[in-house]
Design a protein around this ligand. Structure first.
Ligand code: SF4
Ligand code: SF4
Length: 361
Protein backbone atom coordinates (compact mmCIF):
# COMPACT_ATOMS: atom_id res chain seq x y z
CA UNK A 1 0.00 0.00 0.00
CA UNK A 2 1.24 3.48 -0.85
CA UNK A 3 1.10 5.89 2.07
CA UNK A 4 0.58 9.40 0.81
CA UNK A 5 0.39 11.64 3.87
CA UNK A 6 2.96 14.38 3.34
CA UNK A 7 1.77 17.23 5.54
CA UNK A 8 0.24 17.81 8.95
CA UNK A 9 -1.75 20.97 9.56
CA UNK A 10 -2.72 22.03 13.07
CA UNK A 11 -5.58 24.40 13.90
CA UNK A 12 -4.41 25.37 17.40
CA UNK A 13 -7.09 28.05 17.64
CA UNK A 14 -10.20 29.04 15.73
CA UNK A 15 -10.28 32.45 17.44
CA UNK A 16 -9.00 35.53 15.65
CA UNK A 17 -8.84 39.22 16.48
CA UNK A 18 -9.40 40.09 12.81
CA UNK A 19 -12.66 39.80 10.89
CA UNK A 20 -11.59 39.68 7.26
CA UNK A 21 -14.25 40.21 4.64
CA UNK A 22 -13.05 37.07 2.83
CA UNK A 23 -13.11 34.81 5.92
CA UNK A 24 -16.20 32.61 6.43
CA UNK A 25 -18.60 34.07 9.03
CA UNK A 26 -18.86 30.94 11.21
CA UNK A 27 -15.14 30.14 11.38
CA UNK A 28 -14.38 30.12 15.08
CA UNK A 29 -17.50 28.32 16.30
CA UNK A 30 -15.52 25.23 17.32
CA UNK A 31 -15.62 23.68 20.75
CA UNK A 32 -13.05 24.00 22.21
CA UNK A 33 -11.70 27.13 20.52
CA UNK A 34 -8.09 26.39 21.56
CA UNK A 35 -6.26 23.07 21.40
CA UNK A 36 -5.03 22.03 24.83
CA UNK A 37 -1.38 21.12 25.30
CA UNK A 38 -2.52 17.63 26.32
CA UNK A 39 -4.34 17.06 23.01
CA UNK A 40 -1.46 18.53 20.96
CA UNK A 41 1.06 16.33 22.79
CA UNK A 42 -1.04 13.22 22.33
CA UNK A 43 -1.41 13.82 18.58
CA UNK A 44 2.27 14.77 18.14
CA UNK A 45 3.35 11.66 20.08
CA UNK A 46 1.35 9.48 17.72
CA UNK A 47 2.53 11.32 14.60
CA UNK A 48 6.16 11.03 15.68
CA UNK A 49 6.13 7.32 16.51
CA UNK A 50 8.73 5.43 14.46
CA UNK A 51 6.18 3.21 12.73
CA UNK A 52 4.12 6.18 11.54
CA UNK A 53 7.10 8.31 10.48
CA UNK A 54 8.55 5.42 8.45
CA UNK A 55 5.24 4.86 6.67
CA UNK A 56 4.23 8.44 5.95
CA UNK A 57 7.57 10.27 5.69
CA UNK A 58 5.96 13.67 6.26
CA UNK A 59 7.50 16.73 4.73
CA UNK A 60 5.90 19.73 6.46
CA UNK A 61 4.05 20.71 9.61
CA UNK A 62 1.73 23.72 9.47
CA UNK A 63 0.12 25.88 12.15
CA UNK A 64 -2.59 28.53 11.98
CA UNK A 65 -4.99 26.67 9.67
CA UNK A 66 -8.22 28.25 10.89
CA UNK A 67 -7.47 31.22 13.13
CA UNK A 68 -4.78 33.07 15.05
CA UNK A 69 -2.86 30.36 16.91
CA UNK A 70 -1.11 33.07 18.96
CA UNK A 71 -4.38 33.35 20.88
CA UNK A 72 -3.80 29.82 22.15
CA UNK A 73 -1.99 30.21 25.51
CA UNK A 74 -0.04 26.98 24.82
CA UNK A 75 1.20 28.10 21.39
CA UNK A 76 4.92 28.32 22.22
CA UNK A 77 4.92 25.13 24.28
CA UNK A 78 3.26 23.26 21.41
CA UNK A 79 5.82 24.64 18.92
CA UNK A 80 8.62 23.58 21.28
CA UNK A 81 7.17 20.09 21.64
CA UNK A 82 6.81 19.79 17.85
CA UNK A 83 10.48 20.67 17.50
CA UNK A 84 11.41 18.08 20.11
CA UNK A 85 9.53 15.16 18.56
CA UNK A 86 9.60 16.06 14.84
CA UNK A 87 12.83 18.06 14.56
CA UNK A 88 13.53 17.32 10.90
CA UNK A 89 10.25 18.55 9.47
CA UNK A 90 10.11 22.18 8.39
CA UNK A 91 7.24 24.01 10.01
CA UNK A 92 5.24 26.90 8.70
CA UNK A 93 2.88 29.32 10.47
CA UNK A 94 -0.04 31.34 9.07
CA UNK A 95 -0.56 34.55 11.06
CA UNK A 96 -1.89 38.08 10.63
CA UNK A 97 1.06 39.41 12.76
CA UNK A 98 -1.26 41.28 15.13
CA UNK A 99 -0.16 39.24 18.15
CA UNK A 100 3.35 38.38 16.99
CA UNK A 101 5.01 40.81 19.43
CA UNK A 102 8.77 41.31 19.53
CA UNK A 103 8.94 39.21 22.74
CA UNK A 104 7.30 36.22 21.02
CA UNK A 105 9.30 36.85 17.83
CA UNK A 106 12.55 36.68 19.78
CA UNK A 107 11.59 33.32 21.30
CA UNK A 108 10.53 31.88 17.93
CA UNK A 109 13.68 33.10 16.20
CA UNK A 110 16.22 32.32 18.94
CA UNK A 111 14.80 28.83 19.56
CA UNK A 112 14.33 28.20 15.80
CA UNK A 113 10.75 27.09 16.31
CA UNK A 114 9.61 27.87 12.76
CA UNK A 115 11.00 27.77 9.22
CA UNK A 116 8.47 29.93 7.46
CA UNK A 117 5.65 32.39 8.01
CA UNK A 118 2.75 33.16 5.67
CA UNK A 119 0.66 36.30 6.15
CA UNK A 120 -1.67 38.69 4.36
CA UNK A 121 -1.12 42.43 4.21
CA UNK A 122 -4.31 43.51 2.45
CA UNK A 123 -4.09 47.29 2.59
CA UNK A 124 -1.41 50.01 2.56
CA UNK A 125 -3.02 52.36 5.08
CA UNK A 126 -5.00 52.21 8.27
CA UNK A 127 -8.16 53.02 6.27
CA UNK A 128 -7.89 50.38 3.52
CA UNK A 129 -6.36 47.70 5.77
CA UNK A 130 -9.03 48.14 8.46
CA UNK A 131 -11.78 48.04 5.83
CA UNK A 132 -10.72 44.53 4.78
CA UNK A 133 -9.65 43.05 8.12
CA UNK A 134 -11.00 45.10 11.04
CA UNK A 135 -7.50 44.97 12.47
CA UNK A 136 -4.95 47.52 13.71
CA UNK A 137 -2.70 48.23 10.69
CA UNK A 138 0.05 50.10 12.56
CA UNK A 139 0.46 47.32 15.11
CA UNK A 140 0.71 44.71 12.35
CA UNK A 141 3.34 46.65 10.36
CA UNK A 142 5.31 47.34 13.55
CA UNK A 143 5.32 43.64 14.48
CA UNK A 144 6.29 42.60 10.94
CA UNK A 145 9.15 45.14 10.83
CA UNK A 146 10.42 44.13 14.26
CA UNK A 147 10.26 40.45 13.34
CA UNK A 148 12.43 41.05 10.25
CA UNK A 149 14.94 43.13 12.24
CA UNK A 150 15.20 40.45 14.90
CA UNK A 151 15.51 37.76 12.24
CA UNK A 152 18.47 39.64 10.73
CA UNK A 153 20.13 40.19 14.09
CA UNK A 154 19.95 36.42 14.81
CA UNK A 155 21.07 35.54 11.24
CA UNK A 156 17.92 33.47 10.98
CA UNK A 157 16.56 32.14 7.67
CA UNK A 158 12.86 32.12 8.53
CA UNK A 159 11.08 33.04 5.30
CA UNK A 160 8.04 35.32 5.13
CA UNK A 161 5.58 34.91 2.26
CA UNK A 162 3.18 37.83 2.06
CA UNK A 163 -0.08 37.79 0.11
CA UNK A 164 -2.29 40.77 -0.62
CA UNK A 165 -6.02 40.64 -1.20
CA UNK A 166 -7.25 44.21 -1.41
CA UNK A 167 -10.87 45.07 -0.65
CA UNK A 168 -11.29 46.47 -4.15
CA UNK A 169 -10.08 43.20 -5.67
CA UNK A 170 -12.32 41.09 -3.44
CA UNK A 171 -15.49 43.15 -3.97
CA UNK A 172 -15.02 43.39 -7.74
CA UNK A 173 -14.18 39.72 -8.11
CA UNK A 174 -17.21 38.54 -6.13
CA UNK A 175 -19.52 40.96 -7.93
CA UNK A 176 -18.20 40.01 -11.40
CA UNK A 177 -18.41 36.27 -10.77
CA UNK A 178 -21.58 35.96 -8.63
CA UNK A 179 -23.51 39.12 -9.50
CA UNK A 180 -23.66 40.09 -5.78
CA UNK A 181 -21.58 42.08 -3.32
CA UNK A 182 -19.78 40.12 -0.55
CA UNK A 183 -22.09 38.98 2.25
CA UNK A 184 -19.96 40.68 4.92
CA UNK A 185 -19.90 44.05 3.12
CA UNK A 186 -22.12 46.12 5.42
CA UNK A 187 -20.87 49.53 4.33
CA UNK A 188 -21.79 49.84 0.64
CA UNK A 189 -19.81 53.09 0.23
CA UNK A 190 -16.70 50.85 0.30
CA UNK A 191 -17.63 49.66 -3.20
CA UNK A 192 -15.73 52.75 -4.43
CA UNK A 193 -12.54 51.96 -2.50
CA UNK A 194 -9.32 52.10 -4.54
CA UNK A 195 -7.10 49.10 -5.27
CA UNK A 196 -3.93 49.95 -3.33
CA UNK A 197 -1.97 46.82 -4.25
CA UNK A 198 0.93 48.85 -5.63
CA UNK A 199 1.03 50.99 -2.47
CA UNK A 200 1.28 47.79 -0.38
CA UNK A 201 4.15 46.69 -2.61
CA UNK A 202 5.89 50.06 -2.21
CA UNK A 203 5.41 49.88 1.54
CA UNK A 204 6.76 46.34 1.91
CA UNK A 205 9.66 46.24 -0.54
CA UNK A 206 11.98 48.37 1.65
CA UNK A 207 11.12 46.15 4.66
CA UNK A 208 11.35 42.58 3.32
CA UNK A 209 14.45 40.72 2.17
CA UNK A 210 14.07 39.60 -1.47
CA UNK A 211 16.47 36.70 -0.85
CA UNK A 212 14.19 35.21 1.80
CA UNK A 213 10.75 36.75 1.45
CA UNK A 214 8.10 37.03 -1.23
CA UNK A 215 5.11 39.23 -2.00
CA UNK A 216 2.24 38.54 -4.39
CA UNK A 217 -1.38 39.31 -5.12
CA UNK A 218 -3.53 36.41 -4.02
CA UNK A 219 -6.45 34.92 -5.88
CA UNK A 220 -9.92 35.15 -4.40
CA UNK A 221 -11.47 32.03 -2.90
CA UNK A 222 -15.24 32.21 -2.59
CA UNK A 223 -15.66 30.22 0.66
CA UNK A 224 -16.97 33.20 2.67
CA UNK A 225 -19.84 33.56 0.21
CA UNK A 226 -21.43 30.10 0.64
CA UNK A 227 -24.54 31.88 2.01
CA UNK A 228 -25.27 33.02 -1.57
CA UNK A 229 -26.25 29.41 -2.43
CA UNK A 230 -29.49 29.82 -0.47
CA UNK A 231 -29.95 33.52 -1.15
CA UNK A 232 -29.67 33.11 -4.91
CA UNK A 233 -31.20 29.60 -4.95
CA UNK A 234 -28.17 28.37 -6.91
CA UNK A 235 -28.52 24.87 -8.39
CA UNK A 236 -25.20 23.36 -9.41
CA UNK A 237 -24.34 20.86 -12.07
CA UNK A 238 -21.66 19.11 -10.03
CA UNK A 239 -20.11 17.57 -13.15
CA UNK A 240 -18.78 21.06 -13.99
CA UNK A 241 -16.73 21.26 -10.78
CA UNK A 242 -13.77 19.57 -9.23
CA UNK A 243 -12.59 19.57 -5.62
CA UNK A 244 -9.69 22.07 -5.84
CA UNK A 245 -8.05 20.62 -2.72
CA UNK A 246 -8.24 16.97 -3.77
CA UNK A 247 -4.45 16.53 -3.66
CA UNK A 248 -4.27 18.07 -0.17
CA UNK A 249 -7.12 15.94 1.13
CA UNK A 250 -5.32 12.73 0.23
CA UNK A 251 -1.93 13.98 1.47
CA UNK A 252 -2.66 16.04 4.61
CA UNK A 253 -3.82 15.32 8.14
CA UNK A 254 -5.74 18.40 9.38
CA UNK A 255 -5.96 18.47 13.18
CA UNK A 256 -8.90 20.34 14.78
CA UNK A 257 -8.62 21.92 18.27
CA UNK A 258 -10.31 18.87 19.84
CA UNK A 259 -7.85 16.43 18.20
CA UNK A 260 -10.16 15.30 15.39
CA UNK A 261 -8.77 14.67 11.92
CA UNK A 262 -10.89 16.86 9.62
CA UNK A 263 -10.59 16.31 5.91
CA UNK A 264 -10.38 19.77 4.37
CA UNK A 265 -8.99 23.19 5.32
CA UNK A 266 -12.12 24.84 3.84
CA UNK A 267 -14.34 22.90 6.25
CA UNK A 268 -14.71 25.65 8.87
CA UNK A 269 -17.58 23.91 10.68
CA UNK A 270 -15.79 20.55 10.89
CA UNK A 271 -18.41 18.58 8.97
CA UNK A 272 -15.90 16.23 7.33
CA UNK A 273 -14.48 14.37 10.33
CA UNK A 274 -12.34 11.30 9.64
CA UNK A 275 -11.97 10.40 13.33
CA UNK A 276 -10.41 11.23 16.69
CA UNK A 277 -6.60 11.28 16.50
CA UNK A 278 -6.31 11.23 20.30
CA UNK A 279 -8.22 7.96 20.61
CA UNK A 280 -7.93 6.06 17.33
CA UNK A 281 -4.88 4.72 15.52
CA UNK A 282 -3.61 6.95 12.71
CA UNK A 283 -3.23 3.95 10.41
CA UNK A 284 -6.80 2.79 11.10
CA UNK A 285 -8.11 6.28 10.30
CA UNK A 286 -5.98 6.48 7.18
CA UNK A 287 -7.36 3.16 5.93
CA UNK A 288 -10.89 3.76 7.25
CA UNK A 289 -13.88 3.26 4.97
CA UNK A 290 -15.05 6.77 6.00
CA UNK A 291 -11.92 8.40 4.54
CA UNK A 292 -11.93 6.20 1.44
CA UNK A 293 -15.63 6.88 0.86
CA UNK A 294 -15.07 10.64 1.04
CA UNK A 295 -12.12 10.46 -1.37
CA UNK A 296 -14.13 8.29 -3.77
CA UNK A 297 -17.09 10.66 -3.70
CA UNK A 298 -14.88 13.71 -4.27
CA UNK A 299 -13.24 11.90 -7.16
CA UNK A 300 -16.66 11.03 -8.66
CA UNK A 301 -17.88 14.62 -8.10
CA UNK A 302 -20.71 13.44 -5.82
CA UNK A 303 -20.59 16.74 -3.93
CA UNK A 304 -24.33 16.81 -3.23
CA UNK A 305 -24.18 13.40 -1.53
CA UNK A 306 -21.29 14.48 0.70
CA UNK A 307 -23.30 17.47 1.94
CA UNK A 308 -21.83 20.65 3.43
CA UNK A 309 -19.41 22.20 2.75
CA UNK A 310 -18.78 20.21 -0.48
CA UNK A 311 -22.33 20.73 -1.79
CA UNK A 312 -21.32 24.36 -2.43
CA UNK A 313 -18.14 23.33 -4.27
CA UNK A 314 -18.45 26.39 -6.54
CA UNK A 315 -17.41 28.53 -3.55
CA UNK A 316 -14.25 26.44 -3.02
CA UNK A 317 -12.80 27.61 -6.35
CA UNK A 318 -10.40 30.50 -6.99
CA UNK A 319 -11.90 33.50 -8.78
CA UNK A 320 -10.39 36.44 -10.65
CA UNK A 321 -11.79 39.87 -11.49
CA UNK A 322 -12.08 38.81 -15.10
CA UNK A 323 -14.58 35.95 -15.47
CA UNK A 324 -12.74 34.55 -18.49
CA UNK A 325 -9.50 34.39 -16.48
CA UNK A 326 -11.43 32.54 -13.74
CA UNK A 327 -12.62 30.04 -16.34
CA UNK A 328 -9.14 29.50 -17.83
CA UNK A 329 -7.32 29.16 -14.49
CA UNK A 330 -9.86 26.72 -13.08
CA UNK A 331 -9.83 24.72 -16.30
CA UNK A 332 -6.05 24.29 -16.17
CA UNK A 333 -6.30 23.44 -12.46
CA UNK A 334 -8.93 20.78 -13.29
CA UNK A 335 -6.59 19.23 -15.86
CA UNK A 336 -3.76 19.26 -13.33
CA UNK A 337 -5.91 17.45 -10.75
CA UNK A 338 -7.32 14.99 -13.31
CA UNK A 339 -3.75 14.11 -14.39
CA UNK A 340 -2.76 13.70 -10.75
CA UNK A 341 -5.74 11.37 -10.17
CA UNK A 342 -4.75 9.36 -13.26
CA UNK A 343 -1.19 9.00 -11.94
CA UNK A 344 -2.50 7.81 -8.58
CA UNK A 345 -4.68 5.24 -10.30
CA UNK A 346 -1.91 4.08 -12.62
CA UNK A 347 0.53 3.68 -9.75
CA UNK A 348 -1.84 1.72 -7.50
CA UNK A 349 -0.89 -1.94 -7.26
CA UNK A 350 -4.10 -3.39 -8.72
CA UNK A 351 -3.92 -1.18 -11.78
CA UNK A 352 -0.19 -1.89 -12.06
CA UNK A 353 -0.99 -5.62 -12.19
CA UNK A 354 -3.64 -5.10 -14.84
CA UNK A 355 -1.24 -2.88 -16.78
CA UNK A 356 1.57 -5.43 -16.63
CA UNK A 357 -0.82 -8.18 -17.76
CA UNK A 358 -1.84 -6.06 -20.73
CA UNK A 359 1.83 -5.32 -21.50
CA UNK A 360 2.63 -9.05 -21.29
CA UNK A 361 0.16 -9.91 -24.02
S1 SF4 B 1 -6.75 36.80 9.80
FE1 SF4 B 1 -7.18 34.80 8.88
S2 SF4 B 1 -8.41 33.65 10.39
FE2 SF4 B 1 -8.41 35.83 10.98
S3 SF4 B 1 -10.30 36.64 10.12
FE3 SF4 B 1 -8.63 37.04 8.65
S4 SF4 B 1 -8.63 35.26 7.24
FE4 SF4 B 1 -9.87 34.72 9.06
S1 SF4 C 1 -15.23 20.23 -2.33
FE1 SF4 C 1 -15.24 19.74 -0.14
S2 SF4 C 1 -13.29 18.75 0.22
FE2 SF4 C 1 -13.12 19.85 -1.74
S3 SF4 C 1 -12.29 21.88 -1.26
FE3 SF4 C 1 -14.53 22.05 -1.21
S4 SF4 C 1 -15.09 21.71 0.93
FE4 SF4 C 1 -13.02 20.95 0.66
Amino acid sequence: MNYKIKNISFALSTACSANCIFCPPHRGDSNPVNMSFKVAKRVLDKLSSKAIINKFQYIGIGFGALGDDLLNPHFLDILRYRKEVLPKNPSCFFTNFKNLSSEIAEIIISEQLLDGIVCNIDGASNRTYYAVKRLDFEKVILNLTQFIKLRDSFNSNITININALTLNNYITTIKNNFGEYPLKLNNKSLIQIEDDFEDIQNLLFPIINPNLDSFRRSGVRGWAERGLMKKKKIKLNYKNYICPYFNDIISTIYVAPNGNWYACCLDTKFNLIIGDLTKESILDLYKSSKRKRLIRKLNLKQFGEIGPPCNSVNFCQVYYKNKFQTFLVNLSRQNEIINHMKNILLSSSSIRNIRSKIMDR
